[in-house]
Every structure is written in C-alpha cells, then in structure tokens.
Design a protein around this ligand. Structure first.
Ligand SMILES: *[C@@H]1O[C@H](CO)[C@@H](O)[C@H](O)[C@H]1NC(C)=O
Ligand SMILES: *[C@@H]1O[C@H](CO)[C@@H](O)[C@H](O)[C@H]1NC(C)=O
Ligand SMILES: CC(=O)N[C@H]1CO[C@H](CO)[C@@H](O)[C@@H]1O
Length: 775
C-alpha cells in the first residue's frame, strides 16, 4: 500500500471534507461496482446497436439456438450468446421492420408523437415452431404480426416472411410502453392487453390457431384498468387437459368495502388452455376465467398492515422435478407519501388452494364482499374440461357442453373470496428509502456448502442491478437481508425493463430501452485475495479454495479445502490457518510516512467493502498498553478514504492502525508510522531559494532540489528510507507549487467531496514524480 501522506500535499487547495466516519447500514452492498469496473473486468458487455439506442421493447432468450432476440424500434436483432458482443459485424443480425407505407403519416395525423409513438416498436417475440418466431409490433398504432425465420439450431438466419404479415390487433398493444403480457402455447398467442386505439378496452385474448379467437367478456367489466406484468402456461397436474395460462397483473378496482374511491390491488388470474367459450352464453368469450388477490404486506402491531399493492414484476422459479412451482413477485407501494418495494414468495400450491376455495360474492354494488354460500353448479366454474369433469353419463368434453347455469355463475363470480398470502405471511425482502425504484426481478437458486440459497437480482430504474439474499433464520424472525453487490450495468441512468437469466451460462441478460447487456452472475476474485475477504462476502456462488476466491461448485472432489459460510460469514472460524490471512492480520508491514508540522496530512485507508466500519488506532512513541482509538475533532477528521489532519501537531506522531470491523471480524488494513517533521527543523534545512514562498513563480530552474537538502534530512530520519524521502521532497516541493496555483480557490470551503478527492488522489498516485515536475 502506498502511503498517501505526501500525495495529498499536492491536493491541498482542492481538498474538501467527507464528514464523519462511515456508518454502514444493512442495505449497503458488500461490493459496489461501477459501469467501468464491470467492463474492464469482463464482468459485463453492452450492445446499444448502430444508433446508440435500440428502443428495446421485447427480449427473448433462446438457449436452444444460443441467441438473444431483441425487439426494438423498427428493428429486430439477433445476438449470438457464444460470441463477444462489441463486434457488430460478427455477432449481430438485424432485420429492419418499419411500419407499412402511409401508417406513420396516419399515426402523426391522429395526433400521436412522431418520434416516440409513430414507429413499429416490436413487443412480441415468441417461439412459433422449430424454425420460426412469432413477432408483433405496434406498427405506428396499427399493430402488426409476422413470422420471422430464424433457422434450425446452428443455422444463422434472420428473415421476415413477407407473406405472413397480418394485423396484430388483440395480439399487440397500440402503444410502445403500455404494460402488456403475452405467452405462446400450442400454436396460439395469449395476451393480456388493451386492444384498442384509445387504450380503454382491456382484455385477455387468445388467437392464432384454428380455433375461433377468444376474449374477455367486456359486459361484466372483469378487468379494471389492468396493468399486465406476465403470462405463462402452468400445468396444474399431470393431466394436460387441466393446463392453464396464468396472468399476473394489477387492477384499480372500486373500493372493496362498498365505499367511495378506488384502490389498486394485485391479481393472479387464469384461463383453461382448452377453454372454447360457451354455446349459448359466453360465445367466443372465456368461460373459465377466475382471478384472486395476491397480497404482499408486512404485518404491523394491532393487525395494521403495510400493503405493497402494485405488481412490478414476477419471476417463476421452476422446480427440480417433484416440487411445486414457486412465484417470486416484486411489488411497490401505491401511497404518495411512502415509497417502498417488497419481494414476496408464493407457492403455486397456495394459489391453487385459493382457486379451490369459495367464490367472492356481492349482493349489490354498495354491499360488502363475502364468500358465496349457496350451491355451486357442476362442473365447478373455472374447472377445465378434463378427467375431473368427465363423469359417467355427464361427458363434459368441452366448455361448450357446460350448462348455461355454470357459465352464468362463472360470469357473475370471477373473483375468489380468499386471498393468496405469501410464504411466512410476510415479504422476504422490504426496501424503503431507496435512491432508486425497483423494476425487475430474477431469482437463482444456488447450492452452497451450508445449504441452498435464493439469490435475488433486482433491476432498478437507474440502470443498476442489486444482488441480494434474504436469509431466513429459524422461527418467525424477519429474514436477514444481505446485499452482495450493486452493479451499475448501464452508464447512464435508464430503467431496466427486461431481465433474463441463463443458469447454464451463469449469465444475466439485462435490457433497458437503450440496449442490452450481459452480466456474469458472479466474479469471485473481485471479493479479494484473502480467505477472510472471500468468506465475508457471503456469496453462495463463491468459496475459498485454499489459494483464492473461486466459483463454488457443489459436489466436486476438493471439498474439504473449500471454505464458505453464507449463513454467518464468519472468517475467524472458516479461515483459521489460511496463510494469506495471517499476513493480513498480523504480519502487515508498517509503512513510514512523513508529515510537516502545521501542515495538513492524510493517512489513507481504503476498505474493500463499504459495509465495513472503519476505526483508527494510535500508539504514541513510548506508550505502553493497548492502542488508543484516535479521537476525531475539527482538526482530525475521519473521512471515507482515511484520516485527515488539517494541521499536524508534533504530538500526532505515532503508529496509526486502520482496522475494519465487519460481521464481528476485525481486519487491519494499513499500519502507518507517522513522523512529524518540525517546522523549525525544516526551515533550517531547506535552502532559502527553495522555500515555497520564495521560489520563482515559473519554477523551472528549481526542478531538482540540491542534494545537500536531502542529506540533512536523511541524517535526521535514517538512511533506510532513502527512496521515500526522495519522493517526499519532490512531492512536498510540488505541493507548494500546486498550492500556489490553487491559492485563489477556496481551500476548505465546500464540505461535500467524497469521490472527487478519491479520484484526484488516484490520479495523483498514478503519476510519476517526473510527470509531476512536468506540469
Ligand atoms: C475479456 O473478454 C475478451 C473476449 O471474451 C477477451 O479477449 C479478454 O482478454 C477478456 N479480458 C479479461 C480482462 O479477461
Ligand atoms: C414453421 O412455420 C412456418 C410457417 O408456417 C413454416 O413455413 C415452417 O416450415 C415451419 N417449420 C417447421 C419446422 O415446421
Ligand atoms: C497550510 C500550511 O500550514 N502550510 C505550512 C506548511 O509548512 C510550511 C513550513 O513549515 C509553512 O510555511 C506553511 O505555512
């Protein structure tokens, strides 16, 4: 570690104060990596397209073809997953797909924004068959669909089939940004959207196959201003006839207790894949649609609950065989006063349970909702025609066979009475007082040495990704939040709108309107080169293998050498006898630094993690007993990057130790012996011509201080430090020069510095003394 005491001399004029010592909270990430950090470490790469912005609206990760398909503005892109991205010639295919001639003009005439709305924003990219994708775009407010040839696996094809272009009404919204969800099942596209030009006609729509299109019954107002988030086919059991498509969305509904006003609630809704509508009632309308409320709230004292009602995103965690599907959902608050986010976890089995329960019933618009207590007709509304409904003598092979009574009931009772509650009855994660908003969620279930952990990746509206764990300790206690990393993926703040994970490639694909990035899920060496650092990181992807922090792979042979402790992050236990740590702890060399009496001096200490609490200790010459913690005041300040003496006193001399305390583990980062050169000593040693205030303004002639100057100082402090003294003198000399330049500025004025100082110190450190002279 290079002591910074002298470098800082050069910065005096611009140096400002950071304020008190850092006090890390639980939401501080262990590691914070900038856009530059990520690029330079090959942790991520970005594709922004030839124009610097894709206008991205859809993303489809195709692991079968090893491709990432992107739907942008008037363009579809295909990126190869197995090649470096920044090379546009090799890796990118693109197909232009602008609106049909005349559509753009028509769109502008209707009063839409020519730039932001009157283009073809591609919003649907779904696998159609083994050689084609189904793709739909807004078509300048005239939704259009087409098939896109992408070839068999291994072929590199991207071609729009001109003969397949057709209207996309009901399959794609008119607007580029309105919430929308779609999924392609058995040759048909299921969409949740508003299907008209004005964006008022909300529906769930199915089309594209040989069957007649099916839509929501608009008479009954089954959907209230919905914001669709996601759609997916989920098999409820082994009977394929019972498969359903589930929709996750928020609605703004009339106040449920019959009072005035509206409230936002989140929903899970579903329809049967084999729904064919009714014969006399609900013709070409859904006959199996049901919905239930998804609750995500924090229980408070006296039954008061804090609700997170606006659904932002959903991630389905598909099980290894035999287990129930798990649903991770990200919510935000609707309140104007309190902004917060929560992640709730639901088991599919709990959702099924609610759909098997009582229907919600209301005697009239002004009445309270209650459970329907009367007789429910057979087949039970919402049940798919399947083994369940096919009883002897009553062959309900299609919803068209369902009695009118059943369809009437379904139409009048689309809502379940019970609500879907999260696992543990509370969120796994709550984030308030965040600088950013959370938009996207992806979860990876990771096997570690001491158990299985869900690593949650959250995409923010400022272009960053948070990597977080919520550790469930036994009992009903709140989960412990461990923020592993904060990764600034995009250079400029931009909301993350798409996020896909490839567990096979250990990659996250992150999209914003600007472009798309890949991001490695982990890069263990970033945590440091010591066992303790690896252990403190508590990253389930990483373990100490005896020599470095590397990717943890469960079940490999060198098991007993691996050190990992996700639950407790206790390096004292894990890293006992690991050589590098002994070095870090005890055998750390002491570096001598020099400061000038009455001048300012800076002792640098940069802990690896912002989570660590930094403390400075001092042992004065001749002191016995334990080191004393350094007392800070307006003369001695503890900043984010070290200890700053604004005016050094002779009594400040001594050995300074900077330690970090993290998770009960204390580590010494630097040990510096500060020697104070008395003002009188220096003035007698320094030749008159070289005193800063008397030096010529241009300073050219004095660029090499006379040797005699050194010799006396060397005698003063011993020969061992020759190179350092050399440097000190150069720096000191330079410092007075730059100080001269900066004297006009306000020196100690502003108090908001932090990063500015750090980067200047970094720059300063990288310059050689020669360069310093040259300036
Ligand atoms: C980053 O990746 C590129 C291409 O994959 C490779 O050429 C380069 O050496 C890598 N750089 C580092 C620092 O690993
Ligand atoms: C996929 O569908 C297209 C359009 O109908 C058709 O031309 C193509 O042959 C199909 N591919 C396969 C593998 O069936
Ligand atoms: C800012 C400051 O106090 N500078 C002092 C540094 O030390 C020299 C030599 O003692 C003084 O002349 C400066 O005033």
């Amino acid at each position: 570690m290079v002591p910074m005491a002298w470098a800082i001399c050069c910065l005096l004029g611009g140096l400002l104060l950071c304020g008190g010592s850092p006090s890390p909270g639980p939401s501080v990430p262990r590691l914070r990596l900038s856009y530059r950090d990520l690029l330079s470490a090959n942790r991520s790469a970005i594709f922004l397209g030839p124009r610097g912005s894709l206008g991205l609206r859809a993303m489809y990760l195709d692991e079968y073809r090893d491709r990432l398909f992107l739907g942008g503005r008037d363009t579809i892109y295909s990126l190869r997953l197995d090649q470096a991205w920044p090379d546009p010639r090799e890796a990118v295919f693109q197909v232009l797909w602008p609106p049909q001639p005349g559509q753009k003009e028509e769109c502008v005439q209707k009063g839409r924004d020519p730039l932001m709305e009157c283009a073809n924003f591609v919003r649907v990219l779904q696998p159609y068959n083994r050689t084609h994708l189904l793709t739909c775009g807004t078509g300048a407010f005239q939704p259009t669909c087409a098939l896109m040839a992408v070839g068999h696996r291994g072929e590199h094809v991207l071609r729009l089939e001109p003969s397949s272009v057709e209207s996309g009404r009901g399959r794609c919204p008119h607007e580029p940004s309105r919430p929308f969800a779609s999924t392609f099942v058995g040759g048909e596209l299921y969409t949740g959207l508003t299907a008209d030009f004005l964006g008022r006609e909300a529906m769930i729509f199915r089309s594209g196959g040989p069957r007649p299109a099916l839509r929501s019954d608009s008479d009954q107002n089954l959907l209230h201003d919905p914001r669709f988030v996601m759609a997916a086919r989920i098999a409820d059991n082994s009977d394929q006839n019972d498969d359903k498509v589930y929709f996750f969305f928020s609605e703004t509904v009339p106040s449920p207790d019959g009072g005035p006003g509206h409230v936002t609630v989140s929903r899970v809704g579903r329809v049967c894949v084999n729904d064919a509508g009714g014969q006399r009632v609900l013709v070409n309308k859904w006959s199996t649609f049901l919905k239930a409320r998804l609750v995500c709230s924090v229980p408070g004292p006296g039954g008061a609950e804090t609700h997170f009602d606006q659904l932002e995103d959903v991630f389905l965690l598909w099980p290894k065989t035999g287990k129930s599907l798990e649903v991770y959902a990200l919510f935000s608050t609707v309140s104007a006063v309190f902004q917060g986010f929560a992640v709730c976890l639901y088991h599919m089995a709990d959702i099924w349970e609610v759909f098997r329960g009582p229907f919600a019933h209301q005697d009239g618009p002004q009445h309270q909702w209650g459970p329907y207590g009367g007789k429910v007709p057979f087949p039970r509304p919402g049940v798919c025609p399947s083994k369940m409904t096919a009883q002897p003598g009553r062959p309900f092979g299609s919803t068209k066979d369902y009695p009118d009574e059943v369809l009437q009931f379904a139409r009048a009772h689309p809502l379940m009475f019970q609500q879907v509650r999260p696992r543990q009855g509370r969120p796994v994660l709550v984030k308030t007082h965040l600088a950013q908003q959370l938009r996207q969620i992806v979860v990876d279930r990771v096997e570690a040495e001491d158990g299985t952990y869900d690593v949650i990746f959250l995409g923010t509206d400022s272009g960053s990704v948070l990597k977080i764990m919520a550790l469930q300790s036994g009992g009903s206690a709140e989960p412990e939040e461990v923020v592993l990393e904060e990764l600034q993926v995009f250079k400029v703040p931009t909301a993350i709108t798409e996020m896909e994970i490839s567990v096979k490639r250990q990659m996250l694909y992150v999209g914003s309107k600007l472009g798309v990035a890949w991001l490695q899920l982990h890069q263990c060496e970033t945590y440091g080169s010591a066992c303790a650092e690896c252990c403190l990181a508590r990253d389930p992807y990483c373990a100490w293998d005896g020599t470095s922090c590397t990717r943890y792979r469960p079940g490999t042979s060198k098991r007993r050498f691996r050190r990992q402790d996700i639950r407790h992050g206790n390096p004292a236990l894990q890293c006992l006898g690991q050589s590098q740590d002994e070095e870090a702890a005890g055998l750390l060399a002491t570096t001598t630094v020099y400061g000038m009496e009455h001048n300012s001096t800076f002792l640098e200490c940069l802990p690896k993690s912002p989570q660590a609490a930094v403390r400075w200790f001092l042992q004065r010459p001749g002191d016995e007993g334990p080191d004393q913690q350094v007392k800070t005041d307006e003369r001695v300040l503890q900043t984010e990057h070290g200890l700053l003496f604004r005016r050094l006193s002779r009594l400040d001399a001594g050995i300074y130790t900077c330690t970090t305390l993290e998770h009960g583990f204390s580590q010494t980062v630097v040990r510096l012996a500060l020697e104070v050169i008395a003002a009188t000593q220096l003035s007698s040693l320094c030749p008159r011509g070289l005193r800063p205030e008397e030096r010529p303004a241009q300073g050219g002639l004095a660029s090499t201080p006379p040797k005699a100057w050194y010799k006396d100082i060397l005698q003063l402090i011993g020969f061992a430090n020759l190179p350092r003294v050399d440097e000190y003198c150069e720096r000191m000399w330079c410092s007075s020069r730059s100080r001269g330049k900066q004297a006009k500025g306000k020196s100690w004025a502003g108090l908001e510095l932090g990063k500015k100082v750090k980067s200047r110190m970094q720059a300063e450190r990288n310059r050689t003394p020669r360069e310093v002279e040259a300036t």
